[in-house]
Design a protein around this ligand. Structure first.
Ligand SMILES: Cc1cc2nc3c(=O)[nH]c(=O)nc-3n(C[C@H](O)[C@H](O)[C@H](O)COP(=O)(O)O)c2cc1C
Length: 317
């Protein structure tokens, strides 16, 4: 395996610049610790956790790995101040914030010596994250699963745009599941990658087995970025999506869409395995996946493919 060092491996003290995304209903302590133990950076996704559940996951992660791990904190979460207090009290060293203004919490976390990374979907937001004092940014492109930017900027365009806009290191996300994609992102100036969908299809993800199966069976065109009036999200097309689409065609207001979305749709789909009625967040790259693997194997595969591609990046016939 290639020995590798750059600003991202140094920032997090990890072997490979591979970050497993924080994901609701998928990334608990089992997944995060497996990725960290394999030399990447595992993130606990706090967005689907009540404060006491988050504490439990952090404690279990600490006892499952001695390697660095982090917590993803979506800033729009209703109990955000409780979550921030928990990560501080539990001595978490790395926090990835998303879905909100980095100005509000970055200083609070930095004062406690926590490394803060913010997820952005444009170079304008990347500059704001840098101004707020973040240590790095995740540039998350249009292909990505889950909540996403309105502007539909693809990873291929967003990565160099954000790299040009800020001095802090950039982690590329959206559509990256294998080593050659990782190399492409790093050729464009990213210093690390964040993968979400690939790790949904892992043994340690807490996602429902039926959802995992649907992910690896999916084809190109099976996902779509929807609900742009509310909070844009990339999900898998299903009965629930058809209802959303019909409501949008009929000119539904954001309030009507909110009612249709209801409560716990994401839990119903991704955690409880109701593939028709639930919300199934996943990225375009799911169409390239065909196996459910241990998370550590995903990290090793990605790294060995990256290393191989690095020695022979372009096919010459
Ligand atoms: C099932 C799922 C849940 C997600 N939940 C969150 C979340 O809670 N917080 C967040 O910042 N991003 C979330 N995301 C986005 C990921 O953090 C990541 O940026 C994205 O998955 C990268 O794109 P990829 O899916 O193409 O790898 C989620 C993505 C998926 C697939």
């Amino acid at each position: 395996m290639t020995v590798f060092s750059n600003r991202i491996t140094k920032l997090f003290n990890i072997d490979y610049p591979i970050i497993q995304a924080g994901m609701i209903w998928a990334s608990g302590w089992r997944l995060a610790s497996a990725v960290s133990n394999a030399g990447g950076l595992g993130l606990i996704g706090s967005g689907s956790m009540y404060p006491d559940v988050l504490s439990e996951h952090i404690r279990k992660c600490k006892s499952a790995t001695i390697r660095p791990f982090g917590v993803n904190v979506p800033l729009l979460y209703p109990d955000i101040d409780k979550h921030i207090q928990i990560v501080i009290d539990e001595g978490v060293k790395i926090v990835f914030t998303s879905a909100g203004n980095p100005k509000t919490w970055t200083n609070v976390l930095k004062e406690k010596g926590i490394t803060v990374v913010h997820v952005v979907s444009s170079s304008k937001f990347a500059r704001k994250a840098e101004e707020a004092g973040c240590d790095a940014v995740v540039a998350e492109g249009f292909e990505a699963g889950g909540h996403n930017g309105r502007e539909e900027t693809t990873t291929m365009v967003l990565t160099p745009a954000v790299v040009n806009a800020v001095k802090i290191p950039v982690i590329a996300a959206g559509g990256i599941a294998m080593g050659r994609q990782m190399l492409a992102a790093m050729v464009m100036g990213a210093e690390g990658v964040q993968s979400g969908s690939r790790f949904v299809a892992s043994e340690e993800a807490s996602s429902h087995p039926e959802f995992k199966k649907k992910v690896i069976d999916s084809q190109e065109g099976d996902t779509v970025l929807t609900m742009k009036q509310l909070t844009p999200v990339r999900l898998m097309k299903n009965k629930f999506y058809a209802e959303i689409q019909e409501a949008e065609w009929k000119g539904a207001t954001p309030e009507q869409l909110k009612t249709l979305l209801g409560r716990a749709r994401a839990k119903k789909g991704m955690f409880e395995g109701n593939l028709a009625e639930g919300e199934l967040e996943i990225g375009q790259v799911s169409s390239l996946l065909d196996d459910i693997l241990p998370a550590g194997v995903i990290v090793k595969n990605m790294w060995s493919e990256f290393s191989e591609a690095l020695t022979n990046p372009v096919k010459i016939l």
